[in-house]
Design a protein. Structure first.
Length: 172
């Protein structure tokens, strides 16, 4: 199902500091009158005060998050001839937002977050979700501006977490 060649493909990326919270630290929402189909999400290089294992979850929401301190990401078309993205939001949170209504989890992975001190000097871990890669799976589809995909920690980390994120999607 991942024949994105016939549809515009978009990407957004950021390095940021997520709040020490179990609330969403990333969110992308759909658009009115168009399907937003998630292709992939990657989180890399999480660091915080002390080394620790954390579970990062991908949730599908029927209502967007509100409040919080958000930074809107630039939605970049991979083909310069593609129209601008109309996904209603694509953002990271540096202060915990109010969580929207969750439909359920569609992904969860455990990650080793390294300490920010040079003495820790461990291997930096990362996680990725590739939607629609199994057989004829349709992937994660957002049909309205109220629907969203968000990333959260299963439990709040002890301190804020610095990380990088990349997301890729199509619109049809």
């Amino acid at each position: 199902m991942r024949n994105a060649r016939s549809r515009p493909v978009y990407r957004a990326a950021a390095q940021f500091v997520a709040a020490a919270s179990a609330s969403p630290f990333f969110e992308i929402a759909g658009a009115t009158g168009r399907k937003v189909r998630m292709l992939s999400i990657r989180v890399t290089g999480p660091t915080l005060t002390a080394v620790g294992y954390h579970s990062i979850q991908v949730g599908k929401y029927s209502a967007n998050t509100t409040v919080g301190t958000a930074t809107d990401l630039t939605k970049v078309p991979l083909d310069s001839k593609s129209p601008p993205s109309i996904a209603s939001v694509c953002r990271v949170f540096t202060a915990a937002p109010t969580v929207g209504a969750i439909v359920g989890l569609i992904g969860s992975q455990r990650i080793l977050a390294q300490a920010t001190t040079a003495a820790a000097a461990g291997t930096v871990d990362g996680v990725a979700w590739d939607f629609g890669q199994i057989g004829d799976a349709e992937g994660a589809v957002l049909l309205t501006a109220a629907e969203a995909i968000a990333l959260t920690f299963a439990a709040a980390p002890a301190t804020a977490v610095t990380m990088s994120i990349e997301v890729e999607w199509t619109e049809e």
